[in-house]
Write a protein that binds this ligand. Sequence first.
Ligand SMILES: *Cc1c(COP(=O)(O)O)cnc(C)c1O
Length: 342
Amino acid sequence: MVLQIDLSALKANYRALASHAPGSRAAAVVKANGYGLGSGEIAAALFEAGARDFFVALASEVAPVRQAVGAEARIFVLSGHMEGADPGDAIPLLNSPGQYFRDRAMRPDRPFGIQLDTGMNRLGMESGEWAGLKQEILAQNPVLVMSHLACADEPGHPMNANQLVAFREMTQGVTAMRSLAATGGVLLGAEYHFDLIRPGIGLYGGQPFSDAQPVVTLSLPVIQTRDVLPGETVGYGNTWTAQQPTRVATVAAGYADGIHRALSSDGDVPRLNLLAGKIRCPVLGRVSMDLITVDVSALEEIPAALDLLSPLQTVDAVAGIIGTIGYEVLTSLGNRYKREYL
Ligand SMILES: *Cc1c(COP(=O)(O)O)cnc(C)c1O
């Protein structure tokens, strides 16, 4: 089970996103273990590509990134300063008056940023809270004032412009670095870029950055093959029945590795294919915890491994089959894969 991660594609995606916003610094979001790909290796490669600002979700995610990027880079913690979670040498984005007072009491001389809520109603100070504290906070020179867009992957959505207006109003008079755009926001255009862009998924080859180079290839080893006859069934629940002689390969990965059980065939109708080069091999029956069964009748020779993810089958293509997003497919990839960095 080899998850191959193309660091040169990752770096190319970073540079491409940065070039969309030539007047801004380009940070890199490496939360959730670098979207499942290994935050240390990912951060080190992006540092080489020029990134000096990194974002994680939790204080517990800082250490591997810090080790990879050294003392010079800045690491921001999106969840801010939570009770009992010391941000250490990272920069917490304080999301509420409670977080602000806690942080300033505990680390009065340490750098901090502020996250504002401009309508997503998920994280950040509300406009009323901010109005009351703004002058006091700005007097302490926050490093960054940021907000997050709810609908940036839909360029025509009116929420984008609403949040842009709200962010401009709330950050009037702010001389600190300002940031609004993740991947989707970068692609919305220059007025969304401010001082710092914060792409995540686009670095890893995912939508909405349609010009992204694919970064991941996931190859699953074939354990054994067998020939099944018409009328025989395959897998748990006998959900798939052979209509004709079929060669079935069993490969080593399953839902415990992030290959969602909903990718099982729908009765006899496959939903997902694995790839042997360009040849598509349908997944038959149920995805098990550690195993998948695949129709390899079309292959002249049985390869040592079949690909679930490749440039020909992206995370977004797999996500689309089960009505989710590439982000979830990537971050679900488990710990049993050997991660190989190119
Ligand atoms: C996850 C996240 C990002 C990165 O988003 P992408 O859509 O992956 O580019 C940026 N900012 C915040 C606040 C986030 O939570």
